[in-house]
Design a protein around this ligand. Structure first.
Ligand SMILES: Nc1nc2c(c(=O)[nH]1)N[C@H]1C(S)=C(S)[C@@H](COP(=O)(O)O)O[C@H]1N2
Ligand SMILES: [Mo]
Length: 588
């Protein structure tokens, strides 16, 4: 057994597991103190030039603009030019009638998209709350975000990305609380898969049935006709002769088409563009949207568009004949009775009930959720991505001016590390042991003499920020050669001097030997050409470029080769996996 690894802590009992979940519940949701004290959303700022404005002030501006647009539309509607335009391009039902009413595949996929999107948006907001800033460029420089849900980053003290996370009420976020991104991602990704399957089912029917002709814009005349409808609606009129939503007018057709065939695919594509694993496997893909931060910003704007569409859609459904509209979308008939209304009311009650259950389940069966995600999302990731593809490298000019520091507890939480630091790490020895033929203790000089490699790569934190930096250090493959793992060794544990967030154990994480043989897996002692800064892990930190940041253990004290990570601590693969319920395959 390793020195310093408490044998009692190497295996978990069911009671421990429950204990961990209790801790999670209290600290993330309820407590005002502790590692995750409540941090409510109090401000939303948008940047224009170099100044930040409160979004509420802009909301008044938006209201004024909306009134101006309505007045302009009314003036145009009443003018003779407007009259001519509206007569020439009439806003009438364009789509061919479907005699049997709304087909079943539309009604069912519509229902499921509503349900899935509620979960996806709620869990997505929770993910955003973990790094509540959005950037327009590749770098995540404080003060350069275009939208932020917090104040400015303090400059008088170290401010980590963990400090920056805000608390969401479970009414808004799934599961609610602070720094619950691990759980939120499980919901988000599981429901993403369902959403994509639903979309595929829709597309198959869409292209195989005459429904195609109701939605696919087939003639350029749809654009002036849609403009004519926009003027009609904006001047607060309803198109004459349009009864309900059943036969679409040009604007409706164009809007529905855009939501289904532009917005939804864009949500999926920008979501995937944030994945380091995908960026790793297909370089061209990551560049499709410029970079991870632009993809993240677009992903957010797509969500806003969905919500805006939803509100407008509901308003028009209600205003153009609620009862027949709801019969159309539920039962596929155009009757004027309240059956459709009753069904929709029931669906809403069920969706709310599911959300209440989902929040509770997140807090009481966190481990189950983590495992379900591992078996679905994780497996899918294994199928799709080759973990060994080389990672994108950048140029010196690309290095980020600000690299967010991130940890819950600094290494000065360890007296051992403090003693080493006081002597400038002269006595530091990296212990490498476990299932190896040649256990070693290496000084920094000995590591330098073994082999050295430098690389400029992008670091992707699970919370949402990223940063490009140059790293220099010992290629892990050279260490593997030196210590000669035994045939049983398949995983490697990395232990930090620093404590983890809950403060009872040290921070640790694991990697497969497969990932560590990757030519860009490093034990780094340099950052941007200089000695590794204390904040970023001096004397030694890990770089495993195809993985998210939480697996890059900083302030490494020892390395242990094991058969499987499940033999250590709560057995999920690392401190964040054990305590924050991250997936060990969370490289997406
Ligand atoms: N010891 C220790 N290492 C750690 C962490 C931590 O909390 N403790 N956080 C991880 C996370 S979540 C990230 S994103 C990176 C951040 O590295 P940086 O501080 O150099 O940006 O460190 C990782 N290594
Ligand atoms: Mo992170």
């Amino acid at each position: 057994m390793a020195d310093g690894v408490d044998p009692d802590k190497t295996k978990s009992s069911p009671a421990d597991e429950a204990g961990l979940q209790d801790e999670f519940l209290q600290e993330r949701l309820l407590s005002e103190q502790g590692p995750h004290p409540r941090m409510r959303l109090t401000q939303v700022h948008i940047r224009v030039g170099s100044r930040f404005f409160s979004i509420w002030r802009l909301a008044w501006g938006a209201l004024a603009l909306a009134i101006a647009v309505v007045i302009a539309a009314k003036l145009f509607f009443a003018s003779s030019a407007g009259h001519h335009f509206l007569v020439e391009h009439r806003c009438i039902a364009r789509s061919p009638p479907v005699p049997a009413g709304m087909p079943a595949f539309v009604r069912w996929t519509h229902l499921f998209s509503f349900f899935f999107l509620v979960i996806i948006v709620r869990s997505g907001l929770q993910v955003l709350a973990d790094h509540p800033r959005l950037y327009a460029k590749v770098h995540c420089t404080p003060g350069r975000e275009w939208l932020r849900f917090r104040g400015a980053v303090p400059t008088d003290r170290v401010w980590t990305a963990r400090d920056d996370a805000i608390t969401l009420s479970p009414l808004v976020g799934l599961p609610g609380g602070r720094h619950t991104i691990g759980v939120a991602r499980h919901w988000h990704f599981i429901f993403d898969i369902l959403f994509v399957l639903n979309g595929i089912a829709y597309a198959v029917f869409f292209f195989a049935t005459p429904w195609l002709h109701r939605l696919l814009p087939e003639h350029l005349s749809i654009f002036p006709a849609a403009a004519s409808c926009a003027v009609t609606y904006l001047s607060l009129h309803f198109p004459s002769g349009v009864s309900g939503f059943f036969r679409y007018d040009a604007l409706q057709q164009l809007t529905y088409f855009s939501v289904i065939f532009i917005l939804a695919p864009l949500a999926i594509l920008t979501g995937l563009a944030m994945s380091p694993a995908l960026d790793n496997r297909y370089r061209w893909y990551g560049r499709l949207f410029g970079n991870r931060q632009i993809a993240r910003s677009i992903h957010f704007l797509v969500m806003v568009s969905f919500v805006v569409f939803f509100i407008g859609h509901m308003a028009l459904v209600a205003l153009t004949g609620l009862a027949p509209n709801l019969n159309d979308i539920t039962l596929g008939n155009n009757h004027h009775n309240l059956e459709g209304f009753a069904i929709v009311a029931l669906v809403i009650v069920l969706v709310i009930a599911f959300n209440v259950w989902a929040v509770r389940f997140s807090w009481t069966h966190t481990r189950v959720l983590q495992h379900v995600a591992g078996l679905t999302v994780g497996r899918l990731m294994d199928l799709l991505f080759d973990h060994h593809a080389p990672r994108v490298e950048y140029r010196r000019e690309d290095i980020s001016p600000h690299f967010w520091p991130n940890h819950s507890r600094h290494a000065d939480s360890s007296p051992e590390w403090c003693a080493l630091r006081d002597d400038d790490f002269r006595d530091y020895r990296l212990k490498v042991h476990g299932l190896v033929e040649n256990p070693v203790e290496l000084s920094l000089d000995e590591m330098r003499a073994l082999a050295k490699q430098e690389q400029i790569t992008m670091h992707n934190c699970i919370q949402g920020w990223s940063g490009i930096a140059e790293w220099g250090g010992l290629p892990f493959s050279a260490l593997i050669e030196l210590v000669r793992p035994t045939p049983e060794a398949e995983w490697v544990m990395f232990y930090s001097f620093a404590l983890g967030g809950e403060g009872s154990d040290r921070y640790y994480d694991s990697h497969s030997i497969h990932d560590l043989r990757h030519p860009q897996s490093l034990l780094a002692y340099e950052m941007n050409g200089e000695r590794l800064p204390i904040l970023h892990g001096r004397p030694l930190r890990l770089r495993v470029e195809n993985q998210l940041g939480f697996k890059h253990v900083k302030w490494i004290s020892e390395i242990e080769f094991v058969h499987h990570f499940s033999e250590r601590y709560a057995g999920q693969g690392g401190y964040s996996e054990d305590h924050d319920f991250f997936g060990y395959r969370d490289e997406i």
